[in-house]
Design a protein around this ligand. Structure first.
Ligand SMILES: *[C@@H]1O[C@H](CO)[C@@H](O)[C@H](O)[C@H]1NC(C)=O
Ligand SMILES: *[C@@H]1O[C@H](CO)[C@@H](O)[C@H](O)[C@H]1NC(C)=O
Length: 384
């Protein structure tokens, strides 16, 4: 009886009711009562089962009635539509408690480190640090020593004036240190990454002896350190509103996007991070030749600021710490459902192993275009 109902809750209620009744009623009446309950439970079960069956067949049937169109339609939406925001929204406006910073005659100079993405978040962190420490921020120097050997300065990459004016009233930002401060001794600091607000407040002691603090690297990693809401919102304003690319980069980017759209409407921009520095840094040599593995090992050995030298490639891979290979990216995108005709813009530097390794991706998606070729084409048209 219990099993037929499939509900222990019903079972308990029935049993206790029966016990209660047994004090007053004859055994026959009890039997009739239990039978009625039993019958009622069966009815409820069948009724619910009917609902369960009815709930689900509708979509199945409608897909089967026009299988191809319906199915592909759904897949296409899922592949190209913006993902759900899950109720999240931008929150960049300061709260009512936010106090605008005033001009300050103490200065923070910064050497931003890492690749472009790392520098962008690092610069936003430094805006927040300057705010916390009540300092004027001098436009950061960009990293020239990284693998990319990019000699660009801030104003080559970012719209400097926009950066300064957008953050007015938050943090005072100046292009250069005032002349009279250029030669005064600076406090030189490597701020500890992942620090809290208290740490930076403590660092304000440095102002007692110095008017300029030089920060040797910008990746303070302030995203998840319990900083007050208004500090996080300031970081967001810096990152998403103040840091715009410089006009020449904006216009080149727009041209690229227009060309890609003209060619196929929709495309994938793939940051295929299968580049020499990444493989050397992570020690991921699975599938590479012995000579390649050795070349990467030597590069790691010789790069001073990479601390970990001895790496077991197999363990890295099993641990999930390796970038996807071009072939794995192909398998992955195919499995998600992108058709082989999909246009893929490979937004990376040189792929390690060159064409041979790229052909493993091309066998899935032959429609690849590359940054280098397209940029040259665009420059060509711009010059002529
Ligand atoms: C910020 O610094 C200025 C001097 O540059 C000072 O007058 C002001 O009191 C400081 N504000 C805070 C909150 O420390
Ligand atoms: C690397 O790790 C794997 C798995 O733990 C192990 O079987 C292998 O012997 C290690 N290789 C070296 C050279 O230590």
């Amino acid at each position: 009886m219990v099993n037929h109902r499939g509900s222990s809750h019903n079972h308990m209620r029935t049993a206790s009711t029966a016990k209660f009744i047994s004090r007053k009623q004859s055994p026959r009446a009890i039997a009739v009562y239990i039978f009625l309950l039993f019958a009622f439970s069966i009815f409820i079960f069948v009724f619910n089962a009917g609902n369960i069956v009815e709930d689900h067949p509708a979509p199945v049937i409608s897909i089967q009635s026009h299988p191809q169109t319906k199915f592909l339609q759904t897949a296409d939406d899922e592949l190209w539509d913006a993902p759900s925001r899950h109720g999240l929204r931008p929150c960049i406006k300061p709260t009512s408690r936010y106090k605008a910073a005033h001009g300050s005659d103490r200065y923070l100079t910064v050497k931003s480190n890492g690749g472009l993405n790392q520098m962008r978040t690092g610069i936003s962190d430094m805006v927040a640090v300057a705010y916390i420490m009540n300092a004027t921020l001098v436009i950061p120097q960009l990293d020239r020593r990284s693998f990319w050997q990019d000699s660009s300065i801030f104003s080559d990459i970012f719209d400097e004036l926009h950066f300064i004016t957008t953050l007015q009233g938050n943090v005072r930002i100046v292009r250069e240190l005032p002349k009279e401060l250029e030669l005064v001794p600076r406090a030189r600091k490597h701020f500890t990454s992942w620090s809290s607000m208290g740490y930076y407040k403590e660092m304000m002691q440095l102002w007692n002896d110095h008017q300029v603090i030089h920060v040797a690297k910008s990746d303070s990693r302030l995203a998840n350190n319990d900083l007050p809401l208004d500090i996080q919102r300031l970081r967001c304003r810096a990152l998403y509103h103040a840091l715009h690319f410089s006009p020449p980069i904006e216009s080149l980017g727009k041209k690229l996007v227009d060309r890609l759209r003209m060619r196929s409407g929709k495309y994938i921009a793939l940051h295929l991070r299968y580049e020499k520095d990444m493989l050397a840094f992570t020690g991921c040599t699975s599938g590479l030749t012995d000579a390649e593995s050795e070349e990467l090992r030597i590069m790691r050995e010789n790069t001073k600021h990479w601390k970990v030298k001895d790496i077991n490639s197999t363990e890295q891979r099993i641990g999930g710490f390796c970038p996807l290979t071009p072939k794995e990216v192909g398998i992955f995108l195919q499995a998600i459902g992108y058709p082989p005709s999909t246009l893929i813009y490979v937004a990376s530097g040189e792929i390690y192993g060159g064409d041979a390794r790229l052909s493993e991706l091309m066998s899935f998606f032959p429609n690849l275009v590359f940054k280098v070729t397209w940029h040259e084409q665009l420059r060509g048209t711009a010059d002529s």
